[in-house]
Design a protein around this ligand. Structure first.
Ligand code: HEC
Length: 214
């Protein structure tokens, strides 16, 4: 509570000539004005005491006893509509996609390598043979990426494994963004190709260079 000496304030205001124009309010009027201002300053009470529900507080109003209301079905967070099935699931009409929905560029593969080394290499090994450090310390050994089955697996399968996990391997959906998952999937393909490439796959000038060094 603030106490204002209205008498003294009025005197001070008058002495400063703030209100010294013809017809300016006299002592009583000025005091009333100051009193009204003081009342205004203290009318917060109603707002402070209004009935309101804090998000996770108890409720005697709602049947389930909580003020947190369930999110209506099909609610989507702003900016999070995931209409592009191929991009967000790697599956279209129940079939794994075979092409990357993200344009393959050297930059994407570099990013994929960086993310792979950060998140996957501890188990799968830097080269993808399944001999990562965590495995050497006793974690179940994942299959090598170079086995026939995984070399023939569609690209969407790798995306799906990162998104949802696979057997003993946990999901990385909360740690790795969809775009990064495609980068990693593409990098795994690169690793696979690095161990199973044919010289006939090379462009002619590269093949020539290789033949010269042999
Ligand atoms: C904590 C160890 C661990 C980490 C980290 C890990 N994985 Fe795995 N991963 C495994 C194990 C174990 C399996 C075999 C699971 C099984 O068959 O039960 C596996 C299986 C896989 C498979 C083969 C699925 C199949 O069809 O057989 C792929 C592909 C794969 N992981 C990709 C990744 C990628 C990409 C990352 C990084 C984002 C990653 N993993 C991170 C342990 C790990």
């Amino acid at each position: 509570m603030i106490l204002i000496n209205t008498e003294a304030s009025a005197r001070w205001l008058r002495s400063r000539r703030f209100l010294s124009f013809p017809g300016a309010p006299g002592g009583r009027a000025l005091r009333m004005l100051l009193f009204a201002l003081l009342m205004c300053a203290s009318c917060r009470r109603d707002m402070m005491d209004q009935p309101k529900a804090k998000t996770f507080s108890k409720s005697s109003f709602f049947k389930d006893g909580t003020n947190a209301r369930p999110i209506p079905p099909n609610t989507v967070a702003r900016g999070d509509v995931r209409l592009d099935q191929a991009f967000y699931t790697g599956i279209v009409n129940g079939v794994y996609v075979t092409q990357s929905p993200v344009e393959l560029r050297p930059q994407l593969l570099r990013h994929g390598r960086e993310r792979y080394d950060a998140f996957c290499a501890v188990c799968h090994g830097r080269v993808g043979d399944g001999h990562g450090m965590v495995v050497q310390r006793g974690f179940p050994q994942p299959p090598s990426f170079y086995v026939e089955r995984l070399r023939n697996a569609p690209l969407g399968h790798f995306f799906d494994v990162i998104t949802n996990g696979y057997g003993a391997m946990a999901s990385f959906a909360t740690k790795v963004e969809p775009r990064e998952r495609w980068a990693i999937a593409a990098y795994i393909r690169t690793l696979q190709l690095s161990q199973n490439a044919n010289t006939s796959d090379l462009p002619a000038d590269e093949r020539k260079k290789l033949e010269q060094t042999q």
